[in-house]
Design a protein around this ligand. Structure first.
Ligand code: HEC
Ligand code: HEC
Ligand code: HEC
Length: 408
């Protein structure tokens, strides 16, 4: 009798502990999944993986900054060359406070000023997920910036000027959806890292948040709303672009194609929509207007457009939905800075691939066929005729060719 009850108690204890460890297991799994989702929204893989390699997070990708190139570190759980022996506190300090192990400052090429908006639990979940990826032995040499930026201590000044640490706080006067979108855009998804104008020292101009910036030879256009170029887009148009890489107004090329492919196309429809709702609510700046344009240049440009471009983009610039982007009122065409338009005309674009749209169409290059005057003329025509944007000079085309030659 006594024996049986002991066994019963022992059994009870056993099932209780099995139950506990199973629910701990489920909890871990949920945390890892949440971490995987956040790492994806934060696009950690894009910088910390060499494109085309099958060693995610192993580092070694050169990251262009206004001051020179850095190389991304290995953040796999490898114990010698990765972050396998880091504590959760050290990891949190790197991601949210921009500190290396040991306390030295990271360069803001690692977007910690944005990641600082995440909670401690968010970052712990990312860590939990990263602990599950295959460890890769890859010793990365970083630190290639020229003086004085090679001194990590010079970042103390930078941090003081531009880094406001602190988690995201929801705005109670806005909807839950708006707040979710604000959290994603300002936090993990770090949209402003490319879309917000920078000071000479590479800090965000907070007052111009998301109003457009040129980096690595690409224009990341103004993505505020109101009078801004996205003013015409509906919430659904923005969501569709983030989910698939295109909509009836535009198709994502270059850096944004990568953001869509690696990050936003894998986010839930609810999250993508929440970001769109938030962006729609940010008021934009007025556009600068066309200025004066030489009528002969417009005529020449119009003739080239008719010959070489209208087959795809149509004569009225409306394009063909989801195939050839509409040029009229497109943000890339309307921005004061013509960099993207010139780049696309000179170099063409690669095809975009996302999970949903494996083979988006690309655009052929015209740089070999047209000289600087002709490219300037057709770019001026497109910008003036379809978007009331300022003219482009042959000199600008010449400089753009030189920039592109350097990056090839
Ligand atoms: C835009 C590019 C970029 C993105 C996106 C990015 N990182 Fe980084 N990360 C870097 C660079 C560059 C460094 C090195 C900076 C330096 O040398 O000061 C770095 C450094 C780090 C470090 C410090 C490693 C060490 O050995 O000192 C950690 C940890 C880290 N990143 C984790 C992450 C995580 C987690 C994410 C996603 C939440 C992420 N990074 C997203 C570019 C990026
Ligand atoms: C790595 C830099 C980078 C990041 C990060 C980035 N973008 Fe972009 N984005 C660009 C560039 C460059 C373009 C222009 C693409 C083109 O010319 O096709 C662009 C284009 C866009 C456009 C289309 C504008 C138009 O009218 O054509 C939208 C909308 C947009 N981005 C939203 C976002 C949002 C939302 C985020 C954050 C989730 C984000 N971007 C993050 C670089 C970036
Ligand atoms: C064979 C079809 C085709 C022809 C011809 C063509 N394009 Fe394109 N164009 C495209 C496609 C497809 C894209 C979108 C590519 C992408 O984003 O990956 C595009 C994108 C663009 C963009 C960027 C639009 C945006 O919102 O990002 C501009 C500007 C542009 N084309 C101008 C021109 C000009 C000027 C010509 C003539 C010199 C021309 N195109 C000829 C197919 C074409």
């Amino acid at each position: 009798m006594r024996k049986r009850s002991t066994i019963a108690i022992a059994l009870l204890a056993l099932t209780a502990s099995v139950g506990a460890s199973r629910s701990a297991g489920l909890q871990d799994f949920a945390e890892i999944e949440r971490g995987r989702y956040l790492a994806n929204a934060a696009d950690c893989a894009s910088c910390h993986t060499v494109p085309g390699s099958n060693q995610p997070f192993a580092g070694g990708r050169p990251i262009e900054t206004p001051f020179g190139n850095l190389v991304s570190p290995n953040i796999t759980p490898d114990r010698d060359t990765g972050i396998g022996t880091w504590t959760d506190e050290e990891f949190d300090a790197a991601v949210r406070a921009g500190r290396q192990r040991g306390g030295a400052r990271l360069y803001p090429a690692m977007p910690f000023p944005y990641y600082s908006r995440m909670s401690r639990e968010d970052v712990k979940a990312i860590r939990a997920y990263l602990s599950t990826v295959p460890p890769v032995h890859n010793a990365v040499m970083s630190d290639a910036l020229p003086f004085p930026f090679n001194l990590r201590s010079s970042m103390i000044v930078w941090d003081r000027l531009y880094f406001k640490p602190g988690e995201f706080h929801p705005d109670p006067s806005k909807s839950a959806e708006w707040n979710r979108g604000a959290y994603l855009v300002e936090g993990p998804a770090h949209c402003g890292a490319c879309h917000t104008p920078k000071t000479l020292l590479g800090g965000d101009k907070k007052s111009d948040a998301l109003r457009g910036y040129t980096l690595q030879g690409w224009v990341a256009p103004d993505i505020t709303s109101g009078q801004g170029p996205l003013g015409n887009w509906s919430v659904d148009d923005i969501a569709e672009y983030l989910k698939t890489g295109h909509n009836k107004y535009a198709a994502a090329a270059g850096l944004m194609a990568e953001v869509v492919q690696l990050s936003t196309s894998n986010m839930t429809d609810e999250d993508v929509r929440a970001m769109a709702v938030y962006l729609k609510d940010i008021q934009g700046a007025a556009s600068p207007g066309p200025g004066s344009v030489d009528q002969n240049v417009l005529t020449a440009g119009g003739a080239i457009f008719q010959d070489l471009c209208a087959a795809c983009h149509r004569q009225d610039g409306q394009g063909i939905p989801n195939l050839f982007p509409r040029l009229s009122d497109a943000a890339t065409v309307a921005t004061p800075d013509p960099t993207t338009v010139l780049r696309v005309i000179l170099q063409g674009t690669p095809t975009v691939a996302t999970d949903r749209e494996p083979t988006g169409p690309g655009m052929p290059a015209f740089g070999w066929q047209l000289d600087d005057e002709q490219v300037a003329a057709v770019a001026t025509y497109v910008r003036n005729h379809f978007a009331h944007a300022p003219a482009v000079t042959a000199e600008q085309v010449h400089r753009m060719r030189a920039t592109l030659a350097k990056t090839e």
